[in-house]
Design a protein. Structure first.
Length: 112
């Protein structure tokens, strides 16, 4: 342990995630209005297996589009996303160049 204490301290730095989580009645309907303040291009992240969730994803995309946003859909979230999924999602995000990322669903969509 003494060796670690002898290492010079790195320069100070700040890491900040501008994460905002909205949940509850009416949020999906207001999604476009909420998102518009962050830009004009959105990456909408959802589940790979979206059985039964299609109407929710459609309503989310429609809300964003009505607000004037361009929507790129990324349906690849899965429980405990593996590194390969994270790499693929990062590649898609780089290609889409979104102003904001919306994880629609539970923890796995938010993780991805």
């Amino acid at each position: 342990m003494r060796g670690l204490l002898a290492l010079p301290m790195p320069r100070p730095w700040i890491f900040q995630l501008p994460t905002r989580i909205e949940f509850g009645r009416g949020v999906l309907r207001r999604l476009g209005t909420l998102a518009r303040q962050y830009g004009r291009a959105a990456l909408l992240v959802g589940y790979r297996d979206a059985a039964g969730l299609e109407p929710i994803y459609r309503r989310a995309a429609e809300s964003l589009e009505r607000a004037g946003l361009t929507v790129t859909r990324l349906a690849m979230a899965e429980p405990e996303p593996p590194v390969a999924s994270l790499v693929a999602a990062a590649r898609r995000a780089t290609e889409a160049r979104p102003d904001l990322v919306i994880g629609l669903g539970g923890g796995s969509a938010l993780d991805l």
